[in-house]
Design a protein around this ligand. Structure first.
Ligand SMILES: Nc1ncnc2c1ncn2[C@@H]1O[C@H](COP(=O)(O)OP(=O)(O)OP(=O)(O)O)[C@@H](O)[C@H]1O
Length: 266
């Protein structure tokens, strides 16, 4: 199994965000994509999810150009949750989670044996069983986010792409979501998420990819990737890298913002 970008140019209305980009999604890992605002993290995920068409180059899924595959064939292998998913009006929670099963249906077979159990399990895993009959529009931001994640789980794909999945979630649900990503990896799935919290990324993800101005500038295990130079060059901060006392993973403390003219206290 493989999902990759080959010499890809990505952008919007003639504005190039990334060009000549080669990238292979690290197979079997829980990868966190990190980088400053506007560096192209969401754009990268959109290309991998077949949402954004590259203006040059190819996105390859198991060797096939993503554009040559029908959307349900892609959706059986790649599930993605955008940064701002749009919920259809007057849809109930269980119905949205059940949409995760749509790629497996055809005109003749709309609901398969086993679908109900998969949908139930996804709702249990995300703690939304008691919300099943609620209207999506009546939920809080964090509750809604968990419903979308349940839909992605119900899709049962090898690749799971999540754009800032912890936004809107309180601390307990953030940790739960990050454990869920680790569990998906333990189940043999490949998870790629955009995360803004570097310490959460370093603690929970097995692999980090650092993006800067549309280019992958570092990739590897958190302890290899996170350096004081990287914090200064990519994130514009003067940081100290210590060790998380609990997980023994790298822990970043920011001392000041770095400006071209020198340090500025936060
Ligand atoms: N739909 C769009 N139309 C035009 N430009 C866009 C669109 N989406 C993103 N961009 C631009 O593309 C660049 C990369 O955006 P992208 O959303 O990929 O960044 P990001 O790294 O995910 O940022 P953030 O951390 O702020 O979410 C930015 O300059 C942004 O303004």
């Amino acid at each position: 199994m493989s999902l990759s970008l080959e010499n890809v140019t990505l952008g919007y209305d003639g504005t190039v965000v990334a060009s000549g980009l080669d990238f292979v999604v690290p197979e079997g890992e829980f990868t966190a994509v990190i980088g400053p605002n506007g560096c192209g993290k969401s754009t990268l995920l959109k290309a991998l999810a077949r949402v954004l068409r590259p203006s040059a180059g190819r996105v390859l899924l198991d060797g096939d150009d993503l554009r040559s595959l029908r959307p349900p064939a892609v959706a059986r292998r790649v599930a993605s949750l955008p940064q701002h998913p749009i919920a259809p009006e007057s849809l109930r929670v269980r119905d949205l989670v059940a949409r995760g099963r749509h790629p497996y249906h055809s005109l003749w077979r709309q609901w398969l044996p086993g679908d109900a159990a998969i949908v139930d399990a996804a709702m249990v895993a995300t703690g939304i069983t008691d919300l099943a009959d609620r209207l999506l529009t009546d939920l809080s931001g964090g509750q809604r986010q968990r419903v979308w994640i349940a839909m992605v789980l119900a899709q049962q794909t090898n690749y799971v792409l999540l754009d800032e999945p912890t936004s809107f979630l309180d601390l307990a649900h953030q940790v739960e979501l990050l454990h869920l990503c680790q569990d998906m990896r333990a189940d043999g799935r490949t998870v790629l998420t955009v995360l803004h919290d570097i310490n959460q990324a370093a603690r929970y993800a097995s692999h980090l990819v650092v993006l800067d101005r549309g280019t992958v500038v570092a990739s590897g295990e958190p302890a290899e990737v996170l350096t004081t130079e990287l914090l200064a060059d990519v994130f514009g901060v003067d940081g100290v890298i210590g060790t998380d006392p609990e997980s023994r993973t790298p822990m970043v403390t920011v001392r000041a913002r770095v400006h071209p003219g020198g340090l500025v206290r936060p």
